[in-house]
Design a protein around this ligand. Structure first.
Ligand SMILES: Cc1cc2nc3c(=O)[nH]c(=O)nc-3n(C[C@H](O)[C@H](O)[C@H](O)COP(=O)(O)OP(=O)(O)OC[C@H]3O[C@@H](n4cnc5c(N)ncnc54)[C@H](O)[C@@H]3O)c2cc1C
Length: 373
């Protein structure tokens, strides 16, 4: 990197709050702090030239849970905790939309459709039988009525005819969203330092040790590195999970008209300007995909291509681009939002719906940080 004296001096000079990670959580946290305490100085350290995790690499679903995912989460976390997380997603989406505005992130209120494959018959029957229960939960916890309804799937014919529609979901362009957050952060006087990797948090001396022998003393530190968090804080119960994604070239006659979820949210696809984006399937090769390394593998690529072929015959021959992103997951979908040391706050483990939770978590982290200033 060959930092000049001036650059090194600027990067290393202490500020009130230092944040590691400029994904949606790092940026939202910094913005929320500045909104309540404009006098506080904030620096965000980001290793990538762009955020390099999930926030610019995701599928752009503005979603908060399909019926099969909700039932699965209730089984694993209990109804109370599950709905608390749904509430966070709902509040986070509202916050994001009011902060950025729909047009600036190309928000489309397209709804979300849960589809079932022929082999998902039992799951389908379970979900259909629980629609009323899930609607009551949504009505009670986030005050929306008739969230889910049975819909005739006349679009993706190799999937079951009965599908479940969520009228309250939408889609966004993740890079447009992040560009707006970056613009907002800069306009509030937040400094984002790109291209600097933090190698170690030296708790004793309250300093960050970065690449190029950079040393940054911190007063209050907020770690927002999600799937990579255990690289700096090894005892944190969050693990990395890779998600692979592809997008096709523009295709003839794409009839998809919403976001689509399959297999408890593990597979997702949506249309984009005549193309089809499809991603996920990490449960198909769970051991290999438990990694913080970016990349694509034959196993997942072939799996996603086989599903794509069922969605739109011939499309698997028209792939334009593959990529991957890294999630932070754990034994529960409840995010970690806590002090792990007197002056070190952590906001990570957003799972697969971080676009929804991110702004909410940012507000919580900001409140916690500001209360100690
Ligand atoms: C392929 C994919 C599809 C997804 N689809 C959706 C979706 O459709 N809808 C939805 O709601 N959610 C989706 N998600 C999840 C969502 O994108 C994430 O939950 C969310 O972006 C997490 O934001 P974050 O700020 O916590 O983490 P990140 O965006 O990962 O940001 C963490 C940042 O920390 C930086 N960093 C890490 N370590 C260091 C270090 N040592 N030094 C300096 N910087 C560091 C990284 O470079 C990164 O920019 C998807 C995720 C993936 C991977």
């Amino acid at each position: 990197m060959n930092y000049s004296f001036w650059e090194k001096y600027f990067i290393e000079s202490p500020v009130d709050i230092t944040i590691i990670g400029s994904g949606i959580v790092g940026l939202s946290t910094a913005i929320s702090i500045k909104e309540s305490r404009p006098e506080l100085s904030i620096k965000i350290i980001e290793r990538g030239s762009l955020p390099y995790g999930a926030s610019t690499k995701n599928a752009g679903f503005s979603c908060f849970g399909s019926v099969s995912e909700l039932l699965d989460d209730i089984k694993n976390m209990g109804e109370g905790q599950c709905m608390e997380v749904v509430n966070m997603r709902w509040k986070g989406l509202k916050k994001l939309r009011s902060r950025i505005g729909d047009a600036a992130m190309a928000y489309t209120h397209c709804g979300g459709t849960e589809l079932f494959r022929p082999e998902d018959e039992d799951l389908k029957q379970l979900c259909l039988s629980q629609i009323e229960y899930c609607n009551e939960l949504m009505s009670h916890h986030i005050s929306i009525d008739q969230c889910y309804s049975v819909k005739s799937n006349d679009t993706v014919l190799s999937f079951e005819k009965q599908s479940i529609f969520n009228a309250f979901e939408g889609s966004i362009n993740p890079v447009m969203m992040m560009n707006e957050l970056i613009k907002k952060a800069i306009s509030l006087g937040i400094h984002i330092i790109n291209g600097l990797t933090i190698k170690e948090i030296d708790k004793t001396n309250k300093q960050l040790i970065g690449s190029e022998n950079i040393r940054i003393a911190f007063k209050k530190l907020i770690v927002c590195t999600n799937g990579f968090a255990s690289q700096l804080l090894p005892n944190l119960p969050v693990t990395a999970a890779r998600n692979q994604v592809l997008i096709t070239s523009p295709l003839d006659n794409v009839k998809l008209d919403s976001c689509y979820h399959v297999d408890k949210g593990y597979i997702y696809f949506r249309p984009f300007e005549g193309r089809i984006l499809i991603g996920g399937g990490r449960n198909y090769d769970a051991v290999t995909e438990a990694t913080s390394e970016f990349g694509n593998t034959k196993v997942i690529q072939e799996y996603l291509l086989s599903i794509l072929e069922k969605i739109h015959p011939g499309a698997s021959k028209k792939v334009d681009h593959w990529w991957s992103g890294i999630l932070g997951i754990g034994h529960t979908k409840f995010p970690i939002c806590e002090w792990v040391d007197k002056d070190i706050l952590v906001g990570v483990r957003l799972g697969g719906m971080g676009i929804a939770i991110g702004s909410y978590l940012g507000e919580q982290l900001a409140e916690m940080a500001v209360s100690k200033m």
